[in-house]
Every structure is written in structure tokens, then in C-alpha cells.
Ligand binder design. Structure first.
Ligand SMILES: Cc1ncc(COP(=O)(O)O)c(C=O)c1O
Length: 404
């Protein structure tokens, strides 16, 4: 079991704030402040370039990768940290396509996060080999796998839809994709740290994810990539950077991929960001993932029932966008509302922070590490007040910021 009232104490949450946006950017772990200060002062400051050896900076991508690996069911030595998620998506897709040279279809869905699809488009253009990307509705992915059949090279899905929170049945989709001989890339951006993931048990081929959402690594924290051990030495990295080389400090003019997951490294790792991530991951050492999931479902249900009980008659067009069945949801709840952007600004002004995704989605992330039942009650009460008094109608809530 996990004591979530104790984990809440490990985060620096501002007074008076109910933070329901950890599905977008996790809050600051208190210990990250000292860890980063020490990395700056004792490592960069005192050790200068010797920090690469003395402070172990060069090994951190693998060490942190293995710690994340534990949360996603990965074997030791199959996960590495570095770069951003967009880069890792590109890297995974390029490698997967190279392993299926006679096939031409990349299958995703139209709810995938745009960068995943943009990276795929860019890669297809550079390859110039006639690949095509298909994006059916999420609920039609299984049928598409069957209809594309042996031309399917890669199934590339984000498990949890960033807008609606709808969750794919990844185990079943991986089986179906493997049945037609395709590879699967699983984007865990909204899964890692949201619930238990099992890349080994589900037989995933490659997985990628970010560490700044549920894992709380901080803004700009590095991404991670997992390659199934059975594929590790077949993967040919398209982003063949020097730190993925078998012997980076031999400065060989020709690229020779490193062993196993090391070849998925690209360039210099972000040492300061990794220091924050290291402190954030310490918290996960005391978390039982089944308890986390049970509590997440409880909080999400409380929010849905609370909002529907108090707001529905005040604002009939505020409707649940997430699946009602908890088994089909990640750890977020979304509501559709025509004036969603303004309503979210009104919430934020009252200390309840969620976010908005165009055209009309209000998103609320439920993260048991630092959100409890009292926070959910407060969010419901605040939203009820906004709907009852049409506070979203105030002009100051209608000016759009760059980040929504
Ligand atoms: C599913 C998914 N993929 C990728 C990204 C963004 O990638 P990057 O970290 O490169 O900005 C996000 C950001 O929210 C996301 O939700």
C-alpha cells in the first residue's frame, strides 16, 4: 500500500492551489530543489568537465532509464533517457520501418498527439519510399489492422488520448498487429506514472514516453525509449549520434551502433534536467502501482459524479468527453463545453488548475501522489460556482494565451 497523504508532502504545491494538470506538467518535487542545487554547485561548479566521470553524468541516461523501466514493466537494460519525446517518436518509427522494409503502412489514430503524426509525416517525406499514414478513429484501429493486413509495417499509438483520456486496449492491439507481422510503437506519454504499464507482458516492440507529466521530472525533462530485448541488436538507429556509437571516445569516423539500448542514445544528455528527474523518481520507489490506479479511478469517479450532479442542470452543454467506464480511461477526465477555454481561465483564477484543448475540451488530471478527495471536492465546488454564475462570460477570461 502507499500512503498518499505522505507522498503529497513531497511536492512543493503553492498554497491555495488545487493542481489538476499533472497530466501535462507534474509539480515540483521538493527534493528536486536540493538535488539540482547540488548538481549545479558540487558537480558542475566544483568538478567542471570531470563531472562526466566523477559524478557519473554519462551513465545517468541508462540508470534513469532502468528506474523508469521498472514503472513500465521493462527488463533492466532496455530503456534509456534522452532528447525529447518528438525525437524519440521519430527514432522509434525510423527503426521500426527499417525492420519492415517491404511494408508501406504506418497505422495510428486521429486522436494521437499531433507531434507523433507530424514526426511520421516528416519521416515519410525524407524516406521518399511511398509509405502512407492511416489515422482512423481510435475505436476503428483494430478493424484497420485486419484490413491493412500484410502491408502494415508499424502500429504507432498513444495509449491514452490526450484530449478525451480514452485508453486503448494495448495488449489486444499488440497481439492483432503481431498477427499480421507488424511492429508496435507505444507512446506512453499519458501512461507512465498514471497506471501500471507492462511492455514485457504485452510483448510491445518499442515504447517511448516523456518524464515531465506523471513522472514529475520538470519542464523540458528528457524523454525515454524502450526497445524489446529481442530487437535490441536489430534496431538500426536513424539518428546515429556519437553517444549511440559502440565506442564514442574512439572518435571513429564511421558509425558502429552500440550494444543494446545504448544505441538509442543520440547526443550529450541534459545533466541538469536529469538531476531533477532523479529526485522525482525517488518518490516512485515508495509507490504501489495497483494502489495508485485504484486511487486514481476513485478520484476520477468522484469528479465525474460531482460535476454531473451539480453542474449538469446549470450548464446542460457541459458534457463528459471521457469514457464513462473507468477501465477505458487513463488518469484524466475531460468535459466538453463550448466556452471551455474561458471556464478554465475562471477556474485557474480561483486556484483550480486544469487546462484546455481546442476546440472545446476542459482537461483535469487526477494524480493520487498529490491530489486527494478534498481537492476533488474543491474543484467541483469551484466549477459549480462558475457555471451557476456564468463567470466564464467575463471578458478577461476570453483572451487566449499562447499555451492553453
Ligand atoms: C502523446 C504525446 N506525444 C508527444 C508529446 C510532446 O512531445 P515533446 O516532449 O517532444 O514536446 C506530447 C505532449 O504532450 C504528447 O502528449
Amino acid at each position: 500500500m502507499t500512503d498518499f497523504s505522505a507522498t503529497k508532502q513531497l511536492f512543493a504545491l503553492p498554497e491555495g492551489v488545487t493542481y489538476l494538470d499533472g497530466n501535462s506538467l507534474g509539480p515540483l518535487p521538493i527534493a528536486a530543489q536540493d538535488r539540482m542545487a547540488s548538481c549545479l554547485r558540487d558537480e558542475w561548479g566544483d568538478m567542471l568537465i570531470t563531472g562526466w566521470n566523477k559524478a557519473g553524468w554519462m551513465d545517468q541516461p541508462r540508470i534513469l532509464g532502468d528506474r523508469i523501466g521498472k514503472l513500465i514493466g521493462a527488463a533492466t537494460g532496455s530503456t534509456v533517457v534522452g532528447d525529447t519525446l518528438s525525437i524519440k517518436v521519430y527514432q522509434a518509427l525510423a527503426s521500426a520501418l527499417e525492420m519492415r522494409p517491404d511494408r508501406r503502412v504506418i497505422l495510428s489514430d486521429n486522436g494521437n498527439f499531433p507531434t507523433d503524426l507530424y514526426m511520421a509525416e516528416g519521416l515519410v517525406r525524407s524516406l521518399g519510399q511511398g509509405h502512407r499514414i492511416e489515422t482512423p478513429a481510435p475505436e476503428d484501429v483494430a478493424a484497420s489492422i485486419t484490413s491493412i493486413g500484410d502491408d502494415l509495417a508499424v502500429l504507432m499509438l498513444t495509449e491514452v488520448d490526450y484530449r478525451t483520456g480514452r485508453r486503448h486496449d494495448m495488449a489486444a492491439l499488440i497481439r492483432a498487429a503481431h498477427d499480421v507481422g507488424a511492429l508496435v510503437i507505444w507512446d506512453l506519454a499519458h501512461s507512465a506514472g498514471a497506471f501500471a504499464v507492462d511492455v514485457t507482458g504485452t510483448n510491445a516492440d518499442l515504447a517511448v514516453g516523456c518524464t515531465y507529466k506523471y513522472l514529475n521530472g520538470g519542464p523540458g525533462a528528457p524523454a525515454f525509449i524502450y526497445v524489446a530485448p529481442r530487437l535490441a541488436d536489430q534496431v538500426q538507429p536513424a539518428l546515429s549520434g556519437w553517444l549511440g556509437h559502440d565506442a564514442p571516445f574512439a572518435f571513429d569516423p564511421d558509425y558502429r551502433p552500440g550494444t543494446g539500448i545504448d544505441r538509442m542514445r543520440v547526443g550529450t544528455p541534459p545533466v541538469l534536467q536529469m538531476a531533477a528527474l532523479e529526485a522525482a523518481l525517488d518518490i516512485w520507489d515508495q509507490v504501489d502501482m495497483d494502489a495508485l490506479r485504484a486511487q486514481s479511478v476513485k478520484l476520477c469517479e468522484q469528479f465525474i459524479m460531482g460535476v454531473e450532479a451539480t453542474c449538469s442542470h446549470l450548464a446542460p452543454d457541459l458534457t463528459l468527453a471521457s469514457p464513462r467506464d473507468a477501465a477505458m480511461r487513463g488518469s484524466q477526465v475531460s468535459f466538453r463545453f463550448e466556452h471551455g477555454y474561458a471556464a478554465m481561465q475562471a477556474l485557474i483564477a480561483r486556484g483550480v488548475i486544469g487546462d484546455f484543448r481546442a476546440p472545446d475540451i476542459m482537461r483535469f488530471g487526477f494524480t493520487p501522489l498529490y491530489i486527494d478527495e478534498g481537492d476533488v471536492d474543491r474543484a467541483v465546488e469551484t466549477l459549480t460556482d462558475i457555471m451557476a454564475n456564468r463567470l466564464w462570460d467575463r471578458p478577461e477570461y476570453h483572451t487566449r494565451s499562447a499555451v492553453t
